[in-house]
Design a protein around this ligand. Structure first.
Ligand SMILES: Cc1cc2nc3c(=O)[nH]c(=O)nc-3n(C[C@H](O)[C@H](O)[C@H](O)COP(=O)(O)OP(=O)(O)OC[C@H]3O[C@@H](n4cnc5c(N)ncnc54)[C@H](O)[C@@H]3O)c2cc1C
Length: 828
């Protein structure tokens, strides 16, 4: 046992206290120690691994994700576990006998082919194999309905307890202290509410003062965070595996098999077969709170509920139906609202880091997550794209008991479902509605989940039901309606409710100076001007992508996307705190709706309902001013995210319906069409407009993202990240750039993570995509890397293809948007 007991005196001070001795806490401590932060104490309530880690099945699988970050974490973890024994002397039980994902229906075959292509690009050696080859590798598997297997020779399994012990030993060897039987009762903070930061932890054996804490308490993380109002909405659920009696025919050298279609995974365990389950409808566990004394605990299995799933899972390896059951195990694992981990510094308290909510892949990503956390804590920045897993994407209401009870069922169920494009979460819906919701519903909107809001995705014509319908990889059933909305944007006028956008009002004598310092563009020049800008960090990589509107000298409106809401707000509040200047932030998201009126005919429509002059001369592109509409006042911004002449109206919530009604009534004679988020996506993608967290992220520099045009390098006072931008410019032409790719064949579709080839060589992948109805094919934004400068001449000289599943489609690549590259249409 590597840990010290609490009787050996608790240190009074440590640089970092890691709370929780599961695989995650031990990995964080290990990596901090490796980076030289050896003044680290890990406190474990009971014994190392006593929470969830001790009973994990230990699958080590690099295959399966279309996230670059997740794939990197998986590969790193596998490599790390491979070298831990030599470093620590502690065996890890790593057995890399291979892994096979089975596709037993057409949709999964398509999904895994797409995932395979992406994973190969990320360095995972995965091959599609025939059912016969599956049988050769795992002779006890039934293969009559198997379409193909996806085989990774280097994957396999590990012993979760041993690997966690090895990480703890590795941390201790470098000077970290690991102390068991010491629960953290409270995290201590200092400073007023707005400036709170960590100052220590309280335990039954005394306090430890520290600079940083890392909450790695697994399924207890929400409860520990709640004491300080920190939003960590993970929730435990029952999670099962069965181990059969000995099966002499089974070899421990066979690969692990996973068959989502049968809800199961399979590997040898102690001479018998382990069958792990991910059921489509699960049971959350202990909504009210995880008991503080639950250690090495098991949950009484629910045979009745699990029986049908188990039967189906066993049918994949029929011999398992004939031998006895040695153990049917149920233990808790915690799941998150979107099946992504909860990682990073909490917005509510400085130096309070969290790494929890591992959604059943804590062992196979734990090494990598520990590395990312340690890098983040020691340098202040993560070195991978964290936009999808950052703790600040989550909202307070998501910790509600009803929310967790409901959403967890969907999250766990999603693990083994086919991951179709266009899928939206279906549970815990209807909890955030724009004031226009009922109006849009009566216009036959089909809604989807947009950060918890009901967002109109597309509108059904009369006679068509506004429903999601069957999911698949081909053109969705709503294709013609989507196309009609897209064309209305390009040729007529549309109304679009985007009230879910994050809206922050910033006021004060120093508000302009502070916003200008945060923004790479010049945002503090003239009243009544809206400016598109990025916020950077000191490394010059992206933190936010938004607009800043100067309403007057001391009043600004910041508008960012829904997913960036708390990230932007936290960054802004902290910048103000650090500066000490006279500026105040108010979150006005709920107080203002955003109604978009967009398209070449938007001007005559708007003019017909306001006395304000909205001609190009009087109301130029980027102008912002209050206008009257009916009995209401609306802030009107002439700006677009669709690539056309257009206006965004910000209307007080209580006047939203009134303004909307006026607009729609007048719209009848202007051919006004209701358009949804599908049309937004396809129009913005044709125009190459970026979406933070989708096609650009915290690892990209503003220049690589192609946003140099929005950087005011010479503005007085500079801005955060300016030196890094200048340094990158000085290094010469870029070898990494975001480019637009357009398929020249109108048939194939792009969604995300398709690999891009130039002259038969992989050069990048599509980060986000849609369909360009005007351009005539699928269109996406891809980050491309080369060993030479990337310019348009190099793009034009290449033969471009995009890999979709196991075929390649010809494409064009362009640095400038292929739709309206001169911006003529937005300046009409
Ligand atoms: C049946 C099953 C099978 C699984 N199979 C796999 C698999 O094959 N591959 C895979 O990658 N993952 C698997 N998992 C998931 C994996 O086990 C978890 O993701 C992982 O163990 C989570 O690690 P953790 O460190 O976050 O949590 P934990 O292991 O629960 O660690 C948290 C620790 O914090 C301690 N703690 C809590 N509160 C305090 C406090 N106040 N003060 C101090 N300490 C505290 C707890 O005692 C606990 O030891 C499986 C899970 C289950 C249930």
């Amino acid at each position: 046992m590597p840990a010290a007991s609490p009787s050996s005196a608790l240190p009074r001070h440590a640089r970092v206290v890691v709370i929780g001795g599961g695989v995650i806490g031990c990995s964080v401590a290990y990596h901090l120690a490796h980076l030289g932060w050896t003044d680290t104490v890990l406190l474990e309530r009971d014994k190392i691994t006593s929470g969830t880690t001790w009973h994990a099945a230990g699958l080590m699988v690099a295959f399966g994700s279309t996230s670059e970050t997740s794939t990197e974490l998986r590969k790193y973890t596998r490599d790390l576990y491979g070298r831990l024994e030599a470093e620590t002397g502690q065996a890890t039980g790593l057995l890399l006998n291979g892994f096979i994902e089975l596709a037993s229906d057409d949709d999964r075959l398509e999904e895994y082919r797409r995932v395979s292509a992406f994973n190969r690009h990320c360095g995972v050696d995965v091959h599609e194999i025939s059912p016969r080859e599956v049988k050769e590798l795992f002779p006890l598997a039934k293969i009559d309905d198997v379409r193909a297997g996806f085989y990774v020779k280097e994957d396999g399994r590990v012993n979760p307890v041993d690997v966690t012990m090895a990480l703890a030993i590795g941390a201790k060897k470098r000077g970290a202290r690991v102390i068991e039987d010491t629960p953290v009762l409270e995290v201590l903070t200092e400073g007023s509410k707005a400036r709170r930061k960590v100052r220590g932890v309280r335990t039954p054996h005394g306090d430890i003062a520290c600079d940083v804490i890392v909450n790695c308490t697994g399924m207890w993380a929400r409860q520990l965070g709640a004491d300080l109002g920190i939003t960590i909405p993970n929730q435990a659920a029952e999670h099962y595996y069965l181990i059969t009696e000995r099966i002499p025919e089974l070899s421990p050298h066979w690969p692990v098999i996973e068959d989502p279609g049968c809800h199961g995974y399979y590997r040898e365990e102690g001479g018998g077969l382990m069958i792990g389950l991910f059921e489509p409808v699960c049971a959350p566990w202990k909504i009210d709170g995880i008991p503080s004394d639950f250690s090495f605990g098991e949950i009484q299995p629910d045979w009745d509920r699990m029986g049908p799933y188990l039967e189906r899972a066993m049918s994949r390896v029929p011999i398992s139906e004939k031998v006895g059951v040695k153990k049917f195990f149920c233990g808790p694992e915690s799941f998150t609202p979107d099946l992504k981990p909860i990682v990073g510094e909490a917005p509510e308290v400085r130096n309070y880091f969290v790494c929890a909510g591992l959604n059943s892949i804590g062992i196979l990503t734990g090494g990598g997550l520990g590395r990312v956390m340690a890098h983040w804590i020691t340098t202040g920045q993560p070195d991978v794209d964290v936009t999808g897993m950052h703790i600040d994407r989550l909202h307070r209401y998501q910790t509600n008991p009803d929310y967790r009870r409901t959403r967890t069922v969907e999250s766990l169920g999603l693990v083994y479902q086919c991951h179709y494009p266009f899928r939206s979460m279906t549970t815990a819906r209807d909890c955030k509605r724009s004031p226009l919701h009922d109006r849009l519903a009566s216009q036959r909107a089909c809604f989807k989940d947009v950060s918890g809001w009901e967002g109109a995705d597309w509108y059904a014509p009369v006679g068509v039901k506004p429903q999601v319908g069957a999911l698949g990889w081909d053109r969705p059933h709503f294709w013609p309606h989507w196309e009609a909305e897209h064309r209305a944007v390009r040729e007529g006028v549309v109304v679009m409710d985007m009230s879910f956008m994050a809206k922050l009002e910033v006021q004060g004598r120093d508000a302009g100076r502070l916003l200008d310092r945060l923004s790479a563009n010049a945002v503090n020049e003239k009243d009544g001007v809206v400016t598109y800008t990025q916020w950077l960090n000191e490394r010059g990589t992206l933190e936010a992508d938004l607009t800043v509107t100067r309403l007057d000298e001391e009043r600004f409106l910041v508008v960012a996307s829904d997913t960036a809401h708390r990230h932007v707000e936290t960054r802004l509040r902290r910048a103000i705190e650090d500066d000490g200047g006279h500026a105040f932030v108010t979150d006005v998201t709920s107080g203002l709706v955003q109604i978009n009126v967009q398209g070449p005919r938007s001007r005559p429509l708007l003019q017909s309902i306001t006395s304000a002059d909205v001609s190009n001369e009087a109301f130029a592109f980027r102008a912002a001013r209050e206008i009257d509409i009916g009995f209401a006042r609306a802030l009107c911004l002439r700006i677009t995210y669709l690539g056309e002449l257009g206006y965004e109206l910000y209307v007080p919530t209580e006047q939203a319906v009134h303004v909307y009604d006026r607009l729609v009534a007048a719209g009848a004679s202007h051919g006004l069409v209701h358009a949804g988020l599908k049309a937004l996506a396809s129009c913005r993608m044709e125009k190459g407009y970026r979406d933070y967290g989708h096609d650009i992220d915290n690892t990209d520099s503003v220049l690589e993202a192609g946003l140099g045009f929005a950087v005011a390098l010479d503005k007085p006072g500079g801005f955060v990240g300016r030196d890094a931008v200048l340094a990158q410019k000085a290094r010469g032409p870029l070898q990494k750039r975001l480019v637009q790719v357009l398929l020249t064949d109108p048939e194939p579709l792009l969604f995300h993570a398709e690999v891009v080839w130039r002259n038969g060589v992989r050069v990048g992948y599509v980060r986000a995509a849609s369909y360009g109805f005007t351009l005539g094919g699928a269109v996406g934004l891809a980050m491309i890397e080369a060993d030479r400068p990337i310019d348009q001449a190099w793009l034009d000289a290449g033969t471009w293809e995009v890999e979709i599943g196991n075929r390649r489609a010809p494409a064009r690549a362009s640095l400038r948007p292929l739709y309206d590259p001169s911006n003529a249409r937005i300046r009409l």
